[in-house]
Design a protein around this ligand. Structure first.
Ligand code: CO
Length: 296
């Protein structure tokens, strides 16, 4: 982790509360990878601009070994965060990257990519998350973009209370994250909290926000959230952020973003604004035009 400059305290006078707990749905995707879909399609409007959060964690190779062979995407961004294990990414825009422990891959599908994500291990633990972040209508057909960040290249710091923070997107305590985005202004933090440690983060009141507790348990405004659970944070004009307190040693994703308030039309790996744009995406994919440079 890199620590670029002095930490600035986050000021929160009133914390958001927990509106709803979500346990997630066990499912499988790709070539049979077992995962938990935490942010499902029914929560897309509530958690705009986020479209999906998948959590995968297994030490059984049969749960992950086949990975995600070639498949398309159009109209949004995927953010893959690997806690343990190694995954090889290859895409039609010519990008290739090996994602390892603690690394992040950020891919803007834009007008379209075809990519594969294949585990590079035959045993051991594979654990991580994939978040889908929507693009505003004006950017859905932008050129694809890709970056991967090794754990050592991700901005991070430790607070006075001993909370380890990795800033994947947005900014926290004066530290700017690996990726920033203007339209959705996403905040994506991974927090490692010692038992009883507190952490505060200011949040714009207009942002939709949620936590995913994947180890231990935390309290948010006095309400317990044990792993593995997502907690949707209530939108409250009087609340200027969130305050967490670890009950046990805990690991938590804190994710927030500015809603786009646009129509969401999804068909599998394509997320556009209208049914007509979805038909176009399917046609482009079937005709071999999706992901071909200059053809989108
Ligand atoms: Co994909």
């Amino acid at each position: 982790m890199k620590n670029k400059s002095a930490l600035q305290a986050e000021r929160v006078t009133r914390s958001r509360t927990v509106e709803q707990w979500v346990v997630g749905q066990p499912t499988s995707d790709g070539a049979g990878v077992k995962l938990t879909r935490v942010l499902t399609q029914s929560l897309q409007r509530r958690l705009d601009p986020f479209l999906m959060l998948d959590a995968f964690a297994s030490d059984k190779p049969e749960d992950y070994i086949a990975g995600f062979p070639d498949h398309p995407h159009r109209g949004f961004e995927t953010v893959t965060y690997m806690i343990a294990g190694r995954m090889l990414h290859r895409d039609s825009a010519g990008h290739q990257g090996l994602l390892g422990n603690g690394g992040v891959q950020w891919m803007t599908a834009g007008s379209g990519v075809i990519h594969s994500e294949i585990p590079q291990q035959e045993e051991g633990v594979m654990e991580g998350f994939q978040l889908w972040l929507n693009l505003p209508g004006r950017d859905k057909m932008c050129a694809p973009w890709y970056r991967d960040f090794a754990a050592a290249d991700l901005p991070g710091f430790v607070t006075e209370a001993g909370v380890g923070v990795t800033v994947i997107a947005g900014a926290s305590h004066g530290q700017t994250g690996a990726v920033t985005r203007e339209a959705t202004a996403p905040l994506y933090l991974d927090l490692r909290l010692p038992a009883r440690a507190r952490f505060v983060q200011s949040l714009p009141v207009t942002h939709n926000a949620f936590l995913y507790v994947y180890r231990g348990a935390v309290k948010v405004a006095g309400q317990a959230v044990p792993a593995p659970r997502m907690a949707i944070l209530a939108n409250d004009l009087q609340a200027d952020g969130v305050e967490l307190e670890a009950a046990d040693e805990a690991r938590v994703l804190l994710i927030a973003g500015q809603p786009l308030n646009e129509p969401i039309a999804q068909y599998g790996p394509f997320v556009m604004n209208t049914a007509q744009e979805i038909t176009q995406a399917v046609d482009d994919y079937r005709a071999g035009r999706l992901g071909m440079a200059g053809a989108a």
